[in-house]
Write a protein of this length. Sequence first.
Length: 377
Amino acid sequence: MGFSTIAIHAGNEPDIATGAVSVPIYQTSTYAQDGLGKHKGFEYARTQNPTRLALEKNISALENARFGFAFASGMSAIDAALKLVKAGDHVILGDNTYGGTFRLFSRILSNYGVEFDLADTSNIADLEQAFRPNTKMLFVETPTNPVMTVTDLAAVSELAHARGAKVVCDNTFMSPYFQKPINLGVDIVVHSTTKYLNGHSDSVGGFVALNDEEDAEWIRFVQNGVGAILSPFDSFLVLRGTKTLAVRMESHDRNGRVVANFLAEHPKVQKVYYPGLTSHPQHELAKKQQSGFGGMVSFETGSLENAKKVLESVKLCTLGESLGGVESLISHPATMTHASVPKETRDKLGITDGLVRISVGIEDVEDIIEDLDHALS
Ligand code: P1T
């Protein structure tokens, strides 16, 4: 079955009680039981909810995973995946991730005896050096937020598996439409559904998808035991969002390419980060591993002053955190999404004070270009 057919039908069976074509929002905290130990598979809404279950079937099918679990945010999904490691274990984290992911490792996980090191996962030789006898997990984002570095998922999976470590991939930027990490050997996929999967900037959520049954049972246990579940209403919104994922991603990709090319030729722009440009260092790998390049584009303006001018002059693009919605959003990673990353690390990665990030929306691209052209001039 094709991607859109799965997106529209997986988990979306007509409602058993009424035949409703759209999965209802089961806004309930509990379920009537017929007798002691006799119920319809639903006992308490933290543990199971039909709307959430429909979404879990839907996204796991899109990721080609056997199991999937929906969480209250991308961060709680990542936190649940990290509960597969224990005190004394070592985790390798890609050196460029969403700032919140770095903060979860550096400020929270480190308090619980889990050791971690940063590595440039796009450089296999560097990455190999980072493994230790107790390395149990490799966590990568590709392309990275915000400098769009691409990691070879098949190669790093092979490397990690040979050393007894699981691989987690944050697939938020590509969505399963453009990249299927599990098909490339990755063990666990995480998402912020807040972004492209929901796609309309009106819900915060997260997802964990995986194939291993034992690990899936543990994630299920964590989801219920900790309770950071996605609400029925948010599950409904994301389920509605994924139905149009393919058409939205095609538009984001089309507009993203136009915006990246425009910026690359603009005299006031010093550098553009977009894997779809032939000048991107991993352009060939991105072409091989992804089926599109998406709508995330970052660019260097040269200084905080220049960045501020651009960010405060745009009219169509909205200045704000987040990404992946139908509307174009523009942000300043150094002071917004990546403020929790030490300045020294930010500078090394290219997250300078002059870096601007755009989540290119699906408006008419001429209007986005006109807005950026005006702001840059
Ligand atoms: O915001 P939340 O749903 O908890 O997701 C966190 C998260 C995880 N992974 C990636 C790649 C992300 O980009 C994010 C959130 N990012 C932003 C809010 C942002 O503007 O980059």
